[in-house]
Design a binder for this molecule. Sequence first.
Ligand code: NAP
Length: 333
Amino acid sequence: MNGINRQIRLAARPSGLPDDSCWSHTEEPIPSPGPGEILVKIRYLSVDPAMRGWMRDRPSYVPPVEVGAVMRALTVGDVVASNNEAFPVGSSVAGVQGVQEYALSDGTDVWAADTALAPLPAWLNTLGIAGLTAYCGLVEVGKPEAGETVLVSGAAGSVGVHVGQIAKILGCRVVGIAGGPAKCAYLDELGFDGAIDYKSENLYAAIGRECPDGVDVFFDNVGGETLDAALAHINLNARVVICGAISQYNTTDIEGPKNYLALLIQRARMEGFIYFDYSGQWPSMLEKLAAWSAEGRLGSRDDIVPGGVEMFPEALLRLFSGDNFGKLMIEVG
Ligand code: NAP
């Protein structure tokens, strides 16, 4: 196929928020698939807080993105040329194909995104990283019981809204922490039992007010002071699920939990997880997520930035300012 493949590459590692100097915009000819390969035209790419971690040169759950490499990103797209029977031309796939317009795959690092079941953006949202992360962290790590109180931070974000809605489906009382009145009103609309605006309220007092019987499961997306405030309210045998710590991603001076002795006093458990450790269970999880979504019990807004891969540097920053409202992704032109 003739044409140009536009890409965003990591040009330098950031200190603090990643500015324009971290990125280079490159163009290459669209590659041709070799034997067994497919060529994917990327339609949407996922913008995720974890990308900030992938830019750091330090040991993590995946290797860092090398300086000069195309930035790693989850993607969904259409197969436009194929030498692989499993992925014919016209089918759609999800994968980790990077911030670019086209990518090759040998079929081992992509999976079918059935657009008869849900439109492509859903495969980055409820049927993708957002829904699966919420399910893995809440159900497999948090193990909530009906009647228990689940508190979630980053609650109006793509993972957070799924956590709250799944916890409601499981019969829990759910309280969310989010930034600003619009996001808190959204939590009310979704059926959360309580919403705390951390930007205008004292978190310690507000958690006490909204969780009068204490917190049985705390699903943390934020870390720092939010984690400390939640630890001050955990119940006996509580589960603290460490999903993320977005308040700490742009600093090297990471704030640890001052209130960790609450874990001792309450004989509680704090456990981190990465959603792809549960990939063997994704098919059965996806069945549940798709069914709840079809029943109208589970959903999340898509926050789609138009304008193609060039929008990536600016879009990434929206996660850290809280300007995204829903699952942030870029429509690749
Ligand atoms: P998101 O919540 O849709 O977007 C990020 C949100 O974080 C912002 O909208 C903002 O919401 C909030 N935020 C940003 N800076 C903050 C700060 N300093 N203090 C408090 N809140 C802040 O993002 P997401 O994709 O759903 O990810 C949520 C979390 O899940 C992240 O920590 C991410 O790393 C983690 N995650 C983990 C896994 C895993 O496998 N463990 C997988 C996916 C994602 P407000 O406007 O409410 O402040």
